[in-house]
Design a protein around this ligand. Structure first.
Ligand code: LR7
Ligand code: MN
Length: 599
């Protein structure tokens, strides 16, 4: 899951690593060192650029494969109805080699017909719902790509053509962001000329990144509605009607489909839940969270109803073209990849629009564990430039929070020219980030001036509560709450930070409510029925707002009380698990809420 590159054919000396949880590390290598195990135990293979081929990370010469548009003849039955492709064992070595080119199983994808069938994954009530398409405007589907594989790109296009009502689909625009693969030149031109829906190719002579590439496509679109897709998607029946009908009703709505998973290993189509919404974490990375109970209840009256989401994943959405440009398109000073999803999300909400997910629209996307292409200028430079711009333009005082705990991004802060974006914000009379947090994402776990933000220190052992490193569903942290030394500085200290609201009506020495931390996880105790005290291990799980996640801290007694059971948080001397016990005036139950300035 790592990508590495050198600037030319010289042996790689400095490399940047991308781990699965998106933390970017750069490190130096010994000369000619080709393979090693890194400090986290990950196996790393180092490769070189292959001349004009813009592919990295491969240890073998893949030039031949890259010149071929499809390595294998599609087989009519492979992947039918979204089923997984099973590669025969004797081909597995070649399969692994090909995987590296695009960071997905190219062999599997190539064996699936471009027009494979997919199940109708919609709920029954969605299938029964009548949408009067005669009154709906038409769309331009915009797909940007840089060195995409033939089979994934063309299956995306084919699925759009096969599963959209002709009447709603004005055209498809493919924006080629300076790809270097031969088959994406004339062969692609010739192929799209024969398609039954007008498909235009716009080519950028130099690498401009997905943000500017989308802008290029959007400017030339003839449809009233813009529909953006990544270049490795598959649309299912009814996907377009469900998006467009919502935008047509209100041009200020930005509408996303439910994003299903196309496996990067087998290309199986896996339906995902309709209960997830999007937001972000303290690092400003997009994250999925589970909708809270009252919100689900509202939705259950009519499960076909679109629901509002604080942020969008970024790649798949429909938006009125004139509204897109009225709102400022995209930030043209953003580079290559990243950050534009939050930038657009904040801008839409803060400037009077809304973002929602239409549960009757399902589109599959190939999720990858790492990026297959280069980031000119370096991953850190690209990503932190973009995120610094998001913070500077839209986040008001929370930009201080972001930069304070992300010194990597702070480095790019001063060099940003943001005047025109601030003018845009002014001109559109956009609301502040506080408004966004209070109104669009009231369940958020960001620090505020009214909330407690800081470390929770155990008096007896002089150690602090820590968010577990284990991960649960949706990749959220999960597991028994940890305890460790409190003297951690900077970024690393974020795993010790907790957030809690003050009790209303009481003086500020009492904090109560959910004890939240980054990624929407809360202090919880799932085994309430157990009588054995050992079983009452205090855990960190997804915040639900339920009673059993409510706590109360009294600065006088220094007890942290679990409200539902009236038990106290305890770390018995010499032990390492945090438990609940009957409250007592005992040192093992005394905690200090140590505030840390968040900005
Ligand atoms: O320099 C580039 N030029 C491009 O044209 C880099 C990329 N691209 C193209 C690329 O070929 C692809 O078609 O841009 C598209 C998106 O790139 P990916 O597939 O590498 O991105 P991703 O799927 O890993 O990342 C998500 O976040 C991105 C942040 O910039 C974009 O918003 C992606 O569109 C977005 N993808 C989705 O939202 C799909 C659902 C994923 C989730 C959750
Ligand atoms: Mn993608």
């Amino acid at each position: 899951c790592l990508l590495l590159w050198s600037k030319n054919d010289d042996p790689v000396e400095t490399v940047e690593l991308a781990s699965e949880d998106d933390d970017w590390v750069s490190l130096r290598l010994k000369r000619d060192q080709q393979e090693f195990i890194d400090h986290r135990g990950l196996h790393v293979v180092v490769g070189h650029y292959l001349g004009d081929v813009n592919n990295v990370g491969a240890s073998a010469n893949l030039t031949d494969e890259l010149l071929n548009r499809n390595m294998f003849d599609p087989k009519p039955k492979e992947g039918r109805d979204g089923t997984p492709v099973i590669i025969p064992p004797h081909m597995s070595l070649q399969m692994q080699k090909l995987y590296r080119i695009n960071r997905f199983n190219l062999m599997a994808s190539d064996r699936i017909p471009l027009n494979r069938s997919l199940p109708d994954v919609r709920k029954k009530s969605c299938r029964l719902k009548k949408i009067d398409i005669d009154k709906l405007p038409s769309s331009t589907v915009i797909i940007v790509f840089h060195n995409e594989a033939w089979s994934t790109l063309m299956r995306t296009v084919q699925s759009v053509i096969d599963r959209s009502p002709k009447y709603l689909l004005n055209e498809i625009i493919l924006v080629d962001d300076a790809s270097t693969r031969k088959f994406l030149e004339k062969e692609l031109d010739d192929y799209v000329a024969k398609l039954s829906v007008l498909t235009r190719i716009i080519r950028s002579p130099k690498r401009i990144g997905l943000i500017k590439a989308r802008l290029m496509g959007a400017r030339q679109a003839k449809g009233k509605i813009l529909v953006f897709l990544d270049a490795h998607c598959e649309c299912t029946l009814g996907w377009l009607e469900a998006l467009v009908s919502r935008v047509a009703e209100d041009r200020k709505r930005v509408v996303c489909p439910v994003i299903d998973i196309i496996s990067d290993e087998t290309f199986a189509y896996v339906r995902s839940f309709e209960l997830h919404w999007g937001a972000f974490n303290w690092d400003l990375h997009f994250r999925w969270y589970t909708r809270t109970t009252p919100d689900i209840m509202k939705g259950q009256r009519d499960i076909t109803q679109a629901f509002r989401t604080p942020a969008m994943a970024g790649g798949l959405f429909a938006m009125d073209k004139s509204y897109f440009f009225e709102l400022g398109g995209y930030d043209e000073k953003m580079e290559i990849w990243g950050g534009e999803n939050l930038e657009l999300s904040f801008r839409v909400w803060q400037c009077g629009g809304s973002i929602e997910i239409a549960p009757c629209s399902h589109v599959g996307h190939v999720f990858r564990k790492s990026s297959p292409y280069t980031f000119p200028g370096g991953v850190s430079h690209v990503l932190y430039t973009n995120l610094a711009r998001v913070a500077l333009v839209w986040m008001d005082e929370w930009q201080e929070f972001y930069f304070k705990f992300n010194p990597e991004a702070e480095k790019y802060r001063d060099e940003q020219q943001i005047r025109t974006r601030l003018e845009l914000r002014d001109r559109l009379k956009c609301k502040g980030f506080k408004w966004y947090l209070d109104n669009v994402w009231p369940e958020h776990f960001m620090p505020t001036d009214k909330r407690f933000f800081g470390k929770i220190k155990h008096m007896l052992s002089n150690r602090c509560l820590e968010k577990p490193s284990g991960r649960g569903s949706l990749n959220q942290p999960m597991g028994p709450v940890g305890i460790r030394g409190c003297d951690v500085q900077g970024r690393a200290s974020l795993s010790l930070m907790f957030v809690m609201a003050p009790e209303e009506g009481l003086d500020s020495v009492v904090w109560s409510g959910s004890l939240m931390t980054d990624e929407s996880v809360c202090l919880d105790t799932p085994e309430l029925e157990a009588t054995d005290e050992i079983a009452l291990k205090v855990r960190i799980v997804a915040c639900t707002g339920q009673k059993r996640q409510r706590w109360k801290y009294d600065a006088e007694t220094m007890n942290l009380v679990h409200i539902h059971t009236d038990l106290c948080l305890d770390l018995p001397a010499g032990e390492s698990s945090i438990v609940l016990k009957g409250c007592a005036d005992h040192a093992s139950q005394k905690w200090i809420f140590e505030q840390v300035p968040w900005r």
